[in-house]
Every structure is written in structure tokens, then in C-alpha cells.
Design a protein around this ligand. Structure first.
Ligand code: ATP
Length: 363
């Protein structure tokens, strides 16, 4: 645990920058008074939590103490203040990958940006697996980017230990609780296992329509692939329809046009419109490897780190990412921000960060 004070009076709360844990948690930007630095505070109203939820949260806090890795979001302090659990982490000035997608890159990020971000995520996962755990909640809102372009994986709440009675299990049958929002990102075999939960989610409408369709497709065996000029059917390419399901850069697999590679060189691998972009064959191959139906065939995080897709990474993320994310700039001039209820300065931050409330990455 870091060395920040376990006293809520040491923190000056600023605007709300996110929500989570089925809306029981509020994430605030805040200033740590002793040093003046900015932090993010996850505040959870413990009175609204069941006993089960509290033990679940305890599990997260336990692993956060064990984990020390440059690609995992560090916890600076954890304490209880007036029946709220306060978890203090460094403030990530670019927000999450989901924030970037929903506010600035609605057609998707460029291939290079994705490569830098994914490499950070894989390094974090490799470490988590070496420590004997599985993350179980890898999604864009749990990938955070700091002002200096470092990538951090968060979302340790659903983490699960593979070690049982001194043995390392190969398969996990436990489903993460309080994680309905993670359903669209689960593998087909886990989705099969939680079909009951999934059915009730459909029934009660807690999964958005597009995500529901994607869940059904996944259960029916459709394998997604990257959406670009090599996978969009030629007849559709010539029509250039407006943004049909193109938001995530993922389409519905070989049925959507098969792999028609260009001459191998990407004509445009920037985010951009899927009807004019072409991702590299390395990227297509990488996605295909990861999305194999048979879990036994899917490569581990460690082996994916050596994939040719990452050969395009020539610089440190801190040098490359801020440049690649332009024109987005990290929220740095926070000194003009006023405490929580004051309207001054909040509007611009709200427009950048509070769109966190928009729905999860569309498929
Ligand atoms: P869910 O219930 O969807 O799984 P969660 O409870 O795991 O969410 P987080 O994803 O940790 O909650 O936080 C919600 C959002 O708040 C993040 O997606 C991000 O946009 C914002 N956020 C959280 N921590 C930080 C941080 N340290 N710096 C900047 N933004 C943050």
C-alpha cells in the first residue's frame, strides 16, 4: 500500500469522473492536500452493500496489496470514512480506453495506439497469471492511461486465485459476481456456463440491445474479426453505408466477407472509417489467435507478448502514446478546477470525462 493518509480530510473532492459496481461506487477526481497531487477516489457506500459484497471487496483489497507491477493500477491508500470505503489511486489523466473511444475515437483507435495499449494490458496479465490469479474483467473501462502515456490495468475486483489446496487449477468455474457489465467480454465457454445469469440479464434488460445481439452471436458460434476493407464484403464497401456496427472495429467473422488481404502493406491503419482503413495482416492474425473458439488453442498472455503484431512498437509508451492520442490531451490544468459543487471549470472536464456514463463499447 502507498503512503497516502488514511483520513478523508486530507482529500479535497472534485468532480465525479466515473461510476461502477452496479452504481454503488462513485469515482471522484480529488486533490491530495499534503502534496497537492491529483488522485482518483473510488467511494463505495458500505450501507448499501450486502455482506457478500463486502467480502468480495475485501478480496480485491487483499490482492491489491500483493500486486506490484508497472502496468497495474497501484492503490495509494484504503480506509473507511463515514460508512464509505475510500480507495485512493493515482489519477489517470487520459481516463480509460472506453472514455477515449466514446469521447474522441468513435470509429476506433489506430492500430499502433491499440498495439501500445494491448502490450501494457498483456504485461499486466502475464504478471497476474504468474502470481497465480486470473483477472476476469478485462474490458476497455479497466484500461487506464496516465498523463505520461503509461498504460495501467485496473478492475481487480473480479480477480480469482487459481491456487486451491496448494494446487494450481487449470480451469475456473467460478463466475465473477456483481459484474453484469462484463458479460459482453466473457469467452463463449464462460458465457455457456453462465447462460442462466445471462438469460435473466436479457429478461431484465440490464444488457443493452447491441450487446445482447453480440452475446447471442457469441453463444451461437460466430467468431468476430476486425472490421476493415479486407473483411467488409465488396458490395458493402462500394456502398459505404453509414457506420453499420462499425463502432468497435470488430465485425462478425469470416461470414462477413472472409479474409481478403491486400498486398500485405496496410494502406491506412489509422483508426478512421472502417470502409477506408486497412489493418495489418499481423493485427488480423493476432485477433484470430485470441478469438479461437477452443480455449485450449488460445495463446497465453506471455506468448502473445512475442507476437509479430508488436513488432511495430519501437518506442516507449510514454514517448509514443501521447503523440498517437493527439488531438486528445491529458487533463493537466486541474488547478483551475473547483471543489465538487462549484460549476467553474467543471464543464470542460465533465465533457471529457463524465461521458464515462455512456454505455459500454458498442459491438
Ligand atoms: P464496473 O462496475 O463497470 O466493472 P468498476 O466498478 O470496476 O466498473 P472502474 O472501472 O474502476 O469501476 O471505474 C469506473 C470508471 O471511472 C473507469 O472506467 C474510468 O473511466 C474512471 N476511473 C476509475 N479510476 C480512475 C483513475 N484512477 N483515473 C481516471 N479515471 C478513473
Amino acid at each position: 500500500m502507498g503512503s497516502f493518509l488514511r483520513d478523508n480530510s486530507a482529500y479535497e473532492l472534485r468532480t465525479v469522473i466515473g461510476r461502477g459496481l452496479e452504481d454503488l461506487m462513485t469515482v471522484n477526481l480529488a486533490r491530495y492536500k499534503p502534496t497537492g497531487e491529483y488522485v482518483a477516489i473510488r467511494r463505495i457506500d458500505l450501507d448499501s452493500c450486502t455482506n457478500d459484497m463486502v467480502s468480495y471487496l475485501q478480496g480485491e483489497l487483499h490482492v491489491s496489496k500483493l500486486f506490484h507491477h508497472p502496468c497495474i493500477l497501484p492503490y495509494k491508500s484504503v480506509f473507511i470514512a463515514e460508512n464509505e470505503l475510500w480507495v485512493i489511486t493515482p489519477f489517470m489523466a487520459y481516463g480509460s480506453a472506453r472514455d477515449l473511444l466514446s469521447t474522441h475515437f468513435s470509429d476506433g483507435l489506430s492500430e499502433q495506439t491499440i498495439a501500445y495499449i494491448l502490450l501494457g494490458v498483456l504485461r499486466a496479465l502475464e504478471y497476474i497469471h504468474q502470481m497465480g490469479y486470473v483477472h476476469r474483467s478485462v474490458k476497455a473501462s479497466h484500461v487506464l492511461i496516465s498523463a505520461d502515456g503509461q498504460v495501467y490495468l485496473s478492475g481487480l475486483r473480479s480477480i480469482f486465485s487459481l491456487i486451491r489446496h496448494g494446487q494450481r487449477a487449470r480451469v475456473v468455474h467460478d463466475f465473477p459476481q456483481y459484474s453484469v457489465k462484463v458479460l459482453p467480454w466473457l469467452s463463449p465457454e464462460v458465457l455457456q456456463q453462465v447462460r442462466l445469469i445471462y438469460t435473466s440479464c436479457l429478461k431484465y434488460g440490464s444488457v443493452r440491445y447491441k450487446n445482447r445481439t453480440m452475446l447471442l452471436e457469441k453463444l451461437n458460434g460466430t467468431v468476430p474479426c476486425l472490421l476493415d476493407t479486407t473483411t467488409i464484403p465488396p458490395e458493402e464497401l462500394s456502398m459505404k453505408p453509414s457506420r453499420s456496427g462499425a463502432d468497435s472495429g470488430i465485425c462478425e467473422g469470416p461470414g462477413a466477407g472472409g479474409a481478403r488481404h491486400t498486398n500485405g502493406e496496410p494502406s491506412s491503419s489509422s483508426g478512421g472509417n472502417p470502409y477506408s482503413r486497412t489493418f495489418s495482416p499481423h493485427f488480423h492474425a493476432f485477433v484470430k489467435l485470441c478469438l479461437q473458439r477452443d480455449p485450449e488453442k488460445r495463446p497465453s498472455a506471455s506468448s502473445l507478448i512475442g507476437h509479430s503484431f508488436f513488432k511495430q512498437i519501437k518506442r516507449r509508451p510514454s514517448e509514443a502514446l501521447p503523440e498517437l492520442l493527439r488531438p486528445v490531451s491529458p487533463i493537466s490544468s486541474l488547478d483551475c478546477m473547483q471543489p465538487q459543487d462549484s460549476p467553474t471549470g467543471l464543464a470542460s472536464l465533465e465533457s471529457d470525462l463524465s461521458q464515462l456514463d455512456v454505455d459500454d463499447w458498442d459491438f
